[in-house]
Design a protein around this ligand. Structure first.
Ligand SMILES: NC(=O)c1ccc[n+]([C@@H]2O[C@H](COP(=O)([O-])OP(=O)(O)OC[C@H]3O[C@@H](n4cnc5c(N)ncnc54)[C@H](OP(=O)(O)O)[C@@H]3O)[C@@H](O)[C@H]2O)c1
Length: 324
């Protein structure tokens, strides 16, 4: 099949594009061309790269036409964030492509009230991003149910892997958290440390996209959670991370107010966004319909990210600590 991947050089695309090439597909990767894929792979030599700015072309109303001109059988859309943008694509591709596969987020679900969260029983989303992802997923399901474009939406957890910072055990991106755990020093944890985070390795997300493309019949009109098979609590993640450095986590429970004061507003509010939702998504549907079988535990995905950052001088930790 001829497959256009919109946003093919990002976290997911870096793993997905080579997978699609190895499955025998003709692949076109579209991006603004501002970065190379996160993973070096010879498969990229067989990929056609197209430079375009989706936002600018959405604004001009020309993006769907550009994709049509590329004559794809399948469009994988990894960077769509508004209903308007999704609507343009659906209307422009209807009758022209066999399948459109969209990347959503488990933040299409709100703060958890029953675990694990299935595609059907999540609480309503909160915040602009998750609300838009939920609305796009609904739009796509309705489009397909009405006999229009065949669509599928896949909803990853916190995408993790080598090449970029990973959400840490406190649910934020503060590098000091890793230094504290690596040194075995006391780590202030807001609340009890029982909230959940659901990471997924980027290559497992890529596996799910690849399966959705191969199993179009099973994926038609469906939304799927795409996460690791298990989720980590704050304390479980912190304990496992401390062990990478040969330490035990020394966790000290503090109030959210104290945490905000100690950590600063930016990291505290990122923590709040993750921990308040406290999500653990079920992947039963993706396993059943697509044969999805994630290869990485969430802490393995996170460990790869941290080791990569240390090895590339992007996280200031004693290198010998991470090599234990
Ligand atoms: N990060 C997470 O933890 C997470 C969790 C759940 C869901 N998601 C979803 O995952 C998707 C993002 O995937 P990702 O993590 O692979 O993204 P990413 O790493 O941010 O990569 C984005 C890709 O899209 C390209 N791109 C960005 N803006 C563009 C534009 N205006 N026009 C054309 N290309 C553009 C980028 O290349 P250029 O910069 O060169 O254009 C790159 O290839 C989003 O739909 C997001 O909602 C992410």
């Amino acid at each position: 099949m001829r497959i256009v991947v919109v946003g093919g050089t990002g976290h997911v695309g870096s793993f997905l594009v080579p997978r699609l090439v190895r499955s025998g597909h003709e692949v076109v990767s579209l991006s603004r061309g501002s970065r190379e894929p996160y993973v070096v792979d010879p498969a990229w030599q067989q990929v056609t790269r197209v430079v375009a700015d989706r936002d600018a072309e959405d604004a001009a109303g020309t993006f769907a036409g550009r994709l049509r001109d590329l004559d794809p059988d399948v469009v994988v859309d990894l960077v769509c964030f508004t209903v308007e943008s999704a609507t343009q694509l659906v209307e422009g591709l209807r009758g022209h492509v066999d399948h459109m596969v969209h990347c959503g987020s488990i933040w299409m679900h709100g703060p958890s009230d029953r675990l694990p969260i299935t595609e059907e029983d999540g609480t309503p989303p909160v915040g602009e991003y998750g609300t838009a992802k939920a609305a796009i997923a609904r739009l796509l399901t309705e489009e397909t149910a009405a006999g229009g474009l065949v669509t599928t939406s896949l909803h990853p957890g916190h995408i993790s892997g080598p090449g970029w910072p990973v959400i840490n055990p406190l649910g934020n991106l503060d590098p000091q958290v890793w230094r504290t755990l690596a040194a075995g020093e006391p780590l202030a944890v807001p609340g009890l440390g029982t909230e959940l985070m659901h990471h997924v390795h980027a290559d497992d997300v890529a596996q799910a996209f690849s399966l959705a493309v191969e199993h179009r019949g099973q994926a038609t009109g469906q939304a799927f959670n795409v996460t690791a098979a298990s989720a980590l609590t704050v304390r479980g993640y912190a304990q496992r991370a401390a062990r990478w450095f040969g330490r035990d986590a020394d966790l000290r429970s503090v109030s959210w107010e104290e945490f905000r004061q100690q950590t600063g507003e930016e990291h505290a509010s990122t923590s709040w966004e993750h921990l308040w939702r406290s999500q653990y998504a079920s992947i039963d549907k993706a396993r059943r319909l697509l044969g999805y079988a994630p290869a990485f535990l969430p802490d393995e995905a996170a460990e790869q990210a941290v080791r990569w950052q240390v090895a590339h001088g992007e996280l200031d930790l004693p290198a010998d600590l991470v090599s234990r």
